[in-house]
Design a protein around this ligand. Sequence first.
Ligand code: AMP
Length: 284
Amino acid sequence: MQAATTIAEIRAWVRMTRAAGRTVGFVPTMGALHVGHVSLIQAATARCDCVVVSIFVNPTQFSPGEDFEKYPRPLEQDLAICERHGVDAVFAPSPSEMYPRENLTWVTVERVSEPLCGRFRPGHFRGVATVCTKLFNIVGADAAFFGQKDAQQVAVIQRMVADLNLPLEIVVCPTVREPDGLAVSSRNQYLSPQERKQAPVIYRSLQRSADLIRAGEKEVARITEQMREVLGQVPALRIEYVSIVDAASLEDLERVKGKVLVAVAMRLGSTRLIDNIVVDVDTE
Ligand code: AMP
């Protein structure tokens, strides 16, 4: 496995790989790799000849006061996981390699970045879109693999790739969950044992929405009210949003129709947790 820390190194490796006629799949991550990331590596392996994983905790997508400094960075362990899962190259640059000067050029995906997490993390999706554009330009992959876990990130990246004619395919992979339903996340390690026991209520609230929609409920307000009732079982949860929006545009709905995204964000202690499901009303 090639371990590159500079842009020149990873570019040279990809150039050589492509010259040999091999396709390249790309999995961008912030490290602290877990089974969710591994599922993306496996999807990339199934579709492409070679797989590149990037490990970069991107400072421009964190606001002041968020967890940029304390975000886990177990690099040796991450490299071992990549090696074990047959990754061909890892790109793990330093912040100064990615941002050698004050950054003046930003990618902003209007509207799609604004609702849901956009309201609570100003600038977050601008940072995500900008770093993904940089990484796509550096790696030059045929396809990039993202998790449905971060549904708004997926919507932002898909729209950006379409609007800017970026020459790669975006592949979305299902959310990997713990046996009790909690979406696997690098941030779950911040939870205390008691919070970890309480956290599966988040997925139960999403399941409640799916049950209601399947039973024919169409009123968004009634569905979100029931979800809030489920979440109320854990008083320590501080809800940021419980939303049902159009799955592609992320626009608000009053009645469920077509493919909808049921998305929630909350804080449990000092940990911010997000989760979502997509329900296709026409096929339920
Ligand atoms: P992160 O390291 O948190 O930036 O995540 C890197 C990629 O892994 C993103 O595309 C995430 O959506 C994806 N990912 C994170 N957690 C999961 C999960 N539980 N299931 C599937 N994909 C995930």
